[in-house]
Design a protein around this ligand. Structure first.
Ligand code: SAM
Length: 351
């Protein structure tokens, strides 16, 4: 029997779908790049029991503390690291944690960070305008709001918030500076764009833009995805849950690009790129939460899950270093799935 689950106030999104996408198996080795309150991590540990291992990362030291508590019963199978996932590869190498069977990114914020954490992520609670996942980082949202030139502020709100009224907001922000609290900023945005008409608060997109800028979220995601592919064992799964279109676009493009062979421009008569597909899309379309889940956990409403699998190289494109990795993985019995082992045997028989 595996140890039992304690309670947490963050409800993991699309839990069943995520486990299915990761194809969690007993004895598997997994990385949760955004361990948060440990909800997904706990389920991974439960399902990979016995013998499963998990490396959990989070940029927020408070999240690591919460995860430590939640995963206490599995402490011998978990390694928690307080670091940004932009350092994914460094950490996996440092802790000799590769190749892995699955890597999960559940992006954005946890309920613990949103609900009155005093970290400035939400306009529902008054707090200093901070928004750093990692309080050790230098630049805060207040720094950006109070020192950026108006044009730069407008660009940032347009690009990262996809906010149509970016110019009005930036103009008023600059006029009203200094702005130090979340409610102060929310009121200014409301004044600039008018009162709320629908369900979405008018400051939602501006807050999103600032959080993305403070934490370099999009840049870090792009860098981390590239590292993830290198750490996955063959037929390992890459699963990403995103919460807004900017993130989802990056994930979609990355997976599609890595699933393609030649990526030369269409007019190129003969392939010169030599690009080989490294991923297979497990589902061509995004997976979204069910209506029941959205009703029970409204925070899940914007979630989009994408999943891809690291390809086993075809025998005609096996490079010698890939052969070595395959051989090492087979010897280390990194894989338990009989179908994969059969494939590996075929590959070796042909090599
Ligand atoms: C949606 S929550 C994860 C919740 C978690 N899956 C659970 O079930 O409890 C997202 C987490 O990712 C963390 N995070 C966001 N960007 C990060 C990054 N670049 N590096 C590391 N952690 C990050 C946040 O601090 C937050 O704790």
């Amino acid at each position: 029997m595996s140890p039992s689950k304690p309670r947490s106030n963050h409800v993991p999104v699309m839990l069943g779908e995520t486990m299915e996408a990761l194809a969690v198996q007993p004895g598997g080795r997994y990385v949760d790049c955004t361990v948060g309150g440990g909800g997904h991590a706990l389920e991974i540990l439960e399902r990979s029991f016995p013998g499963g291992q998990l490396l959990g990362m989070d940029a927020d030291p408070e999240a690591i503390k919460a995860a430590q508590k939640k995963l206490e019963a599995h402490r011998d199978s978990v390694l928690l690291v307080n670091d940004n996932f932009v350092n994914l590869q460094v950490n996996c190498i440092k802790y000799d944690f590769f190749p892995v069977h699955g890597i999960l990114f559940d992006l954005g914020l946890s309920s613990m960070q949103l609900n009155g954490s005093g970290r400035g992520f939400s306009f529902q609670h008054d707090a200093p305008l901070d928004m750093r996942f990692n309080p050790g980082q230098e630049v805060t949202a207040a720094d950006i709001v109070n020192t950026s030139p108006e044009a730069e502020l407008a660009r940032l709100i347009r690009t990262y918030g996809e906010e149509r009224r970016h110019r009005q907001i930036a103009r008023l922000v600059v006029r009203e500076r200094p702005i130090t609290s979340t409610l102060h900023l929310a009121r200014i945005v409301e004044k600039a764009v008018g009162r709320r008409t629908g369900k979405i608060h008018p400051a939602t997109q501006t807050f999103q833009a600032l959080r993305i800028a403070v934490n370099l979220e999009l840049e870090n995601l792009e860098l981390a995805l590239k590292q993830a592919i290198e750490l996955l064992g063959f037929e390992g799964r890459l699963v990403v849950i995103s919460y807004h279109s900017l993130e989802d676009r990056i994930v979609k493009r990355f997976m599609q690009q890595e699933a393609r062979g030649c990526i030369c421009p269409p007019a190129t008569p003969v392939c010169v790129c030599g690009h080989k597909p490294r991923l297979k899309l497990i589902r061509r379309h995004v997976i979204m939460p069910s209506g029941d889940e959205v009703r029970a956990n409204p925070r899940s409403r914007s979630a989009k899950l994408r999943v891809a699998e690291r390809l086993l190289p075809q025998e005609d494109c096996l490079a010698s270093e890939e052969l070595e990795i395959l051989w090492a993985e087979t010897k280390a019995r990194a894989w338990r799935r009989p179908a994969l082992l059969r494939k590996l045997q075929m590959v070796f028989a042909m090599a």
